[in-house]
Design a binder for this molecule. Sequence first.
Ligand code: C2E
Ligand code: MG
Ligand code: MG
Length: 551
Amino acid sequence: MRFDFTTVLSGLDLAEIKPAGSSIFEMGALGEVLYIVKSGQAEIRVGDLVLETAGEGDLLGEMAILDEQVHQRSASAIALTDCEVVAMNRQRFLELLRANPEVGLEVSKLMVRRLRSTTFLSHHDRLTQLPNRALLSESCDTAVKRAMRRGTTVGVLIADVDNFGKINESLGYQAGDELLLELSKHLRGQLHELDVLARLGANQFAVILEDQTSSQIAAAAEHLRTSLVRPFSAANHDIYVSLSIGISCYPQDGATAAKLIANASAALYAAKEQGRNRCSYFSPELHTLAVETFTLQNYLRSALERNEFFMNYQPRADLSSGRITAVEALLRWRHPELGLVPPGKFIPIAEQAGMIDEIGEWVLRTSCAQQKTWLASGISPFRMAVNLSARQLRHIDLKDRVAAILAETGLDADSLELEITESAVMEDPARTVFLLKELRSLGIGIALDDFGTQYSSLGYLKQFPLDYMKIDQCFVRGIPTSNDDSAITKTIITLAKNLRLRVIAEGVETQEQMAFLVEHGCEEVQGYLFSRPLAGDAAEAMLIANLGKPA
Ligand code: C2E
Ligand code: MG
Ligand code: MG
């Protein structure tokens, strides 16, 4: 079957690229031509691009082209449920080509790959149904390419079950298989649904981690290793197993799947040499980072009890009146030995170690109580903006948790704003829409933080109940000298206005940046130029000076 970019561009004769065994469907009302590929004949895999999906002729959902997380999740869901899938949507594909030929080219390549009818089994392990080595390399290549574009990190973990040979010998191969199956389920359960877990060989598994920092990757590996505390049952025996894990990361340890996998294997070999049941890193920097991560994790565990956390508040102001509209609550951690640890360092670690819920509640309670005190003292109304982490968004009862803290502190919901980063929101957009609507129903304002750094699905963006959009500092830093940053900032301002959101620029440090923002219609600013984050007392003084307070 021939299928290349030129064919797609000239005339888009879909019939020509129709995979064998599939049929073309006219979706009458929608006017879209779709391919229905019979399950088993073609497979949609993580990393493939799916524009529309259908099960038994029904349109299941519409996916944004650049929203890779959504399409990844859907793709893996499709592969799992083995339903009938649809290859492409002519209209959208054409639009994509026009808007972004480069992406279009990539899409068409992916399509070619996908349309090569393959069976599920040639890419999956029979026993565990996990992806096999071939699929792992492909997924890893895709992950690396994505990371190159985004400037992010990819972690490759290769895990080996220690002493597996002995288990096989003493209990028999069937018990060995049972154990591996149990173990594969366990490992899958420890990972995020977007992480790739593959089986490489008899007793070897591999994991690909995307969108995580090196320290999060280190923590995830350690978590996998230490999660094997319970015994697994096989052949009526309780068997305790341990894992040795080798870790490599893009970009430090290689820029191709082959290199990363080879280096993770080398690290695994070192872990085995050092006595098994341990994690080992290919590069020394990663090793240092891992040690640092675990030290911080341990210190963090006692930080709440020891009152090592405190809040800073950074005011932001309306550009036309100069009045403070809100203060952002920013968490600070002072450790007796380490001194002040930046939140960019400890928050990801707290997230990974499952401590962010407790810390997040403390932040919300402390900030709401502070806000209540300030408003009760007579300072004119302004709002308190509190950051929520991605993990807090996973709680389906988030609304109740927040409502309980509002009730406890006596703060009105409309004095509170919650800031949620674009990346957190896009982790599970459908769920987030639901959670944010619930929070909004209480009267809480919602801000989309660090906007512009991720690939957002514009389709979802429309659905999120938002009040504010905060332009990420990295763009603000470049204005007005960088043409790119200036163009992006202007685009975000326009986008926010079209979505009827108030737009806030973060990290404004200079008069020139401020002038540019005023000129292009930005509504609020936050940054060192107006005020640094301040301790409670200093923030109070600034609030009174700016907003006034009856004597
Ligand atoms: P963010 O929410 O985007 O907060 C803004 C960050 O920009 C703050 O960094 C602030 O101090 C810094 N900043 C403000 N103005 C300027 C400026 O003009 N120039 C520069 N260079 N920086 C400026 P900070 O306090 O280090 O916090 C970093 C990030 O940590 C925050 O980014 C937020 O994502 C997270 N964070 C802070 N406190 C909390 C919290 O209580 N909970 C959660 N989940 N995350 C928090
Ligand atoms: Mg924020
Ligand atoms: Mg921000």
